[in-house]
Design a protein around this ligand. Structure first.
Ligand code: NAP
Length: 321
């Protein structure tokens, strides 16, 4: 471990002039997390947290924030950037505001910095099975749900609003009905799923891309090892005296993309923050862009069926597979 950690840079968000720290702490885990890793993350210097009602991490994160304030680790809640997400069972126009209010109550906060529509689909209210049953999956009411998201923003409860798991086509559909365009699209992105087309589209539309599962979620029930076992990344890490995780996270940052990475281990939390005082070379960037076989960690088969909303993964991802 190197000594001092360089300051975390921020990216500007469209609409409202706010900024988001370039790296955030992921909070999804199985079983759901307790307060301690989040408190340790604040101690290590994390100021950006990515939670969701689905992860059941809102409550422990809220407890960690309250304790961090009472310990003086932070002076004010405003020093933090907190994202949460609207789950599909609540992705119905009349359920958006109550769902955000429940999230805020779980977190013991008065506002979120960013509220995301978790998936581009809805599920019958109350049907909480994960993954959702085919018969419960239905088309997202883009216009109605987004209008409710905009209302949350206007009420000051969500400083920015955005989406997650949206393709270029689904973003284009949303932009047709949005008064306030989404500030962020949070999607899977890592050296093994580089999202070139989506990156270009989001840049052109001024939507900030955020990468989840940057390490392939290895070690998690939903993850794979192909990111951390990539020979290309390993060779670069060895040559540069960095870890594989640091090369992956640095690469994402250099694409102008925010990254959320989960670690509940204090040393790895610090390691992951320690990526802002060096840069990949042109040659290394070229190798990562050209020499790593591409494939999604989460193709989303369980969401697709011939008789369902998404007939195939090609349909779900609008050909971006
Ligand atoms: P990830 O961050 O790619 O990987 C997490 C795994 O990597 C954990 O097992 C962690 O173990 C390990 N790890 C972390 N740092 C490491 C390091 N320096 N060296 C070696 N191993 C390391 O996967 P993720 O949790 O799926 O993604 C991050 C966050 O994105 C989630 O927590 C969640 O907040 C968000 N997310 C969003 C969606 C969505 O649909 N919007 C989907 C998935 C995830 P330790 O804890 O033991 O260090």
């Amino acid at each position: 471990m190197a000594g001092l950690i360089a300051a975390v840079p921020e990216f500007p968000l469209s609409h409202g002039g706010r900024k988001i720290p370039a790296i955030g702490m992921g909070t999804a885990s199985s079983p759901p997390a307790e307060k301690q890793p989040f408190l340790e993350a604040i101690e290590c210097g994390y100021r950006h947290f990515d939670t969701a009602s689905l992860y059941r991490s809102e409550q422990p994160l809220g407890e960690a924030i309250t304790e961090a304030l009472s310990l003086g680790l932070i002076k004010s809640r405003d020093e933090l950037f907190i994202t949460s997400k609207l789950w599909c069972t609540e992705a119905h126009p009349h359920l958006v505001l109550p769902s955000l209010q429940k999230t805020l109550s779980n977190l013991k906060l008065e506002y979120l910095d960013l509220y995301l529509v978790h998936w581009p689909m809805s599920v019958t209210p109350g049907k909480h099975a994960y993954p959702p049953k085919q018969e419960d999956i239905m088309k997202l009411d883009y216009k109605g749900v987004w209008a409710s998201m905009e209302e949350c923003h206007k009420l000051g409860l969500a400083k920015s609003i955005g989406v997650s798991n949206f393709t270029c086509k689904k973003l284009a559909d949303l932009l047709l009905v949005a008064t306030i365009p989404p500030s962020v699209n949070q999607v899977e992105m890592s050296p093994v799923w580089q999202q070139k087309k989506l990156r270009d589209y989001c840049k052109a539309e001024n939507i900030l891309l955020e990468a989840f599962s940057p390490l392939g979620a290895h070690g998690s029930p939903w993850g794979k090892k192909n990111v951390v076992e990539s020979k290309v990344i390993e060779e670069i890490a060895e040559a540069r005296g960095k870890t594989i995780a640091q090369v992956c996270l640095r690469w994402i940052y250099e694409q102008g993309v925010v990254v959320v990475v989960k670690s509940f281990n204090k040393e790895r939390m610090k390691e992951n923050l320690n990526i802002f005082d060096w840069a990949l070379s042109e040659e290394e960037l070229k190798k990562i862009a050209e020499d790593i076989p591409q494939g999604r960690i989460f193709p989303g088969e369980s969401i697709c069926s011939e008789t369902g909303l998404f007939k195939s993964i090609n349909d779900l991802w609008d050909g971006e597979i």
